[in-house]
Design a protein around this ligand. Structure first.
Ligand code: TMP
Ligand code: ASP
Length: 234
């Protein structure tokens, strides 16, 4: 099934397959933060992120949201449609955290109502600078006429994931999506949906279950990710 390695990122390897419009994503046992400045090998992380991403993509698909997901292939591999990806990170925030707190000086955990959608240019070298719609247009980061659809898609994903996590006693604080155009021409959610790219706080204790554990040394990374998966499965 796997063929040529197309691309290796910090947390995943992408392979071409026999079919030109399908790719294999392999989730690595590597953790990275601060644009690759902090790195570690974390045995078992790939399998957890693949399991969590697959479950979340399945849920989105079942709610009629377009994604690149086809199926989970093995412990650390997922089959996806090849998409024309935009070099953008679309962030949805329900509560203030992370760079939002740093940038605007509000207290961590402040509710943002209605949820906020932000765009960032995906570039480690440039440290993912925030861009507005005019930058997306000027820098040709995505077709500008798609921006309203991209925002709508991001907010719909937020609605579905927020409701799911709420049922599991987890607060969806914020998350990052990547988007692209599928072979059938549809705008879709691509990349992964895992605790690497979202902030998840235990509703009762406030414990952080996501990659902030690794970023700021808040506790064992895998324990948080395992807790997220076990709640999704129950
Ligand atoms: P931020 O508060 O650092 O801007 O992050 C917002 C959300 O996006 C958070 O859930 C973490 C996620 N994220 C990524 O997935 N990749 C990144 O490169 C960055 C900076 C954030
Ligand atoms: N995802 C980025 C990295 O791996 C930044 C981060 O998540 O902190 O470096």
């Amino acid at each position: 099934m796997k063929r040529r390695k197309l691309y290796e990122g910090k947390a995943k390897v992408v392979y071409e397959t026999d079919e030109p419009d399908k790719l294999v994503l392999e989730f690595k046992d590597e953790a990275s933060a601060f644009d690759g400045l902090k790195k570690a090998r974390v045995e078992g992380k790939g399998a957890l992120n693949n399991a969590i991403s697959s479950a979340l993509f399945e849920l989105l698909e079942s709610r009629g949201i377009k994604t690149h997901f086809i199926k989970k292939l093995s412990e650390r591999e997922m089959l996806v449609y090849r998409a024309e990806r935009f070099p953008l990170e679309v962030v949805v925030r329900n509560y203030a955290a992370g760079s939002f707190v740093k940038r605007y000086g509000v207290k961590e955990g402040t509710p943002l109502e209605p949820p906020l959608v932000e765009f960032f240019l995906k570039s480690d070298e440039l440290h993912d600078p925030m861009v507005c719609e005019e930058h997306v247009r000027a820098l040709k980061l995505a077709p500008p006429e798609l921006l309203p659809e991209m925002k709508k898609l991001a907010l719909k994903v937020n609605e579905v994931l927020r409701e799911l996590f709420k049922k599991k006693g987890i607060r969806l604080v914020d998350f990052k999506l990547e988007m692209g155009i599928l072979p059938d021409g549809n705008l879709a959610v691509v990349d992964e949906l895992s605790p690497d790219s979202m902030r998840l706080w235990d509703e009762r204790t406030g414990e952080k279950l996501d990659k902030d554990r690794f970023r700021f040394g808040l506790g064992d990374l895998l324990e948080g990710y395992k807790e997220v998966l076990s709640r999704l499965k129950n």
